[in-house]
Design a protein around this ligand. Structure first.
Ligand code: ADP
Ligand code: MG
Length: 225
C-alpha cells in the first residue's frame, strides 16, 4: 500500500471561551489517498474551517495523530510546521486572500520566494501554471483590477505553483456567482484529472457533488456518505 497523503487518527480540538469548553472536532479519523478529490460537507458552525486549519498545519489539535505524507504533524515544532505547510499544502480561500499591492505574478510566486528561491527562478517556474490558468495577459495587473473568477484563478495558481501534496480549498466558490463558481469547480475537476489531490470544504451539496468522495461533518463529527 502506498503511503496516504493524509492520515488522521482520533483527533480532537476544543476551544475555550471563558470557562465554557466548545468541543469542535470530535475524535476525527480521516484518510486521503494520493490523487483523491474529497469534499468535506457540513453546515455553518460544524467545524469545517477548524478542520481545514488543522489539515493545513495553521492550527494544531489537542490530541490525536496527524501524518501528512508520512510526516508526524502532531509532534512537529512551529518552525517545522511552517516549512511543512509551505512545501506540502496549497491553500485556496473563499475570499482569495491575495496581497492587494502585489501584481498577479508577485502573488503567485510568493510561496516559492518563501522557500528561498530567487525571484527570477520563481517567475520562470510559475510560467506554465500562469499559462494553464489563462492569466498570462493579466500577469502585471493588481488583484483589484480582476474579476472574482480571475482572482480565484490567481489564488489557484499560487496554490499550485509549488507542487504541493494537497490542495485545500475552503468554500472556493462562496464569493462567486453561480456561472463563475461552476468554472472554478470544472477547473478543480481538471486539476484532479491531472493528478492533484484536492480537499474541498463546502456547505453546499451541489458544490460537493463535483468531488469523487463526500465526507460529512456535523457538530464536529466526521462520517463517510
Ligand atoms: P464552519 O467553518 O463549519 O462554519 P468553524 O470551524 O469556523 O465552523 O467553527 C466551529 C465552531 O467553533 C463554531 O461554533 C465557532 O463559533 C467556533 N470557533 C471557531 N473558531 C473559534 C475560536 N478561535 N475560538 C472559539 N471558538 C471558535
Ligand atoms: Mg468556515
Amino acid at each position: 500500500m502506498p503511503q496516504p497523503t493524509i492520515d488522521i487518527r482520533n483527533l480532537n480540538k476544543t476551544y475555550y471561551l471563558g470557562h465554557e469548553p466548545l468541543h469542535v472536532l470530535k475524535n476525527i479519523n480521516f484518510r486521503v489517498e494520493k490523487g483523491e478529490f474529497v469534499a468535506i460537507l457540513g453546515p455553518s458552525g460544524s467545524g469545517k474551517s477548524t478542520l481545514m486549519n488543522v489539515l493545513g498545519c495553521i492550527d494544531v489539535a489537542d490530541d490525536g495523530e496527524y501524518f501528512l505524507d508520512g510526516a508526524p504533524v502532531h509532534s512537529l515544532k512551529d518552525n517545522q510546521l511552517t516549512q511543512l505547510r509551505n512545501q506540502h499544502i496549497g491553500f485556496i480561500f473563499q475570499n482569495y486572500n491575495l496581497i492587494p499591492t502585489y501584481s498577479v505574478v508577485q502573488n503567485i510566486v510568493a510561496p516559492l520566494l518563501m522557500r528561498g528561491m530567487s525571484y527570477r527562478e520563481a517567475e520562470a517556474q510559475s510560467q506554465s501554471t500562469i499559462e494553464m490558468l489563462g492569466l498570462t495577459e493579466r500577469r502585471r495587473h493588481k488583484p483589484t483590477e480582476l474579476s472574482g473568477g480571475q482572482q480565484q484563478r490567481v489564488s489557484v495558481a499560487r496554490a499550485l505553483v509549488g507542487s504541493p501534496s494537497v490542495l485545500l480549498a475552503d468554500e472556493p466558490t462562496g464569493a462567486l456567482d453561480s456561472h463563475t463558481g461552476e468554472e472554478v469547480l470544472k477547473l478543480f475537476r481538471r486539476l484532479n484529472d491531472l493528478g492533484n489531490t484536492i480537499i474541498m470544504i463546502t456547505h453546499s451539496i451541489e458544490v460537493a457533488s463535483i468531488a469523487s468522495r463526500i465526507v460529512h461533518i456535523i457538530d464536529g463529527e466526521l462520517s463517510e456518505s
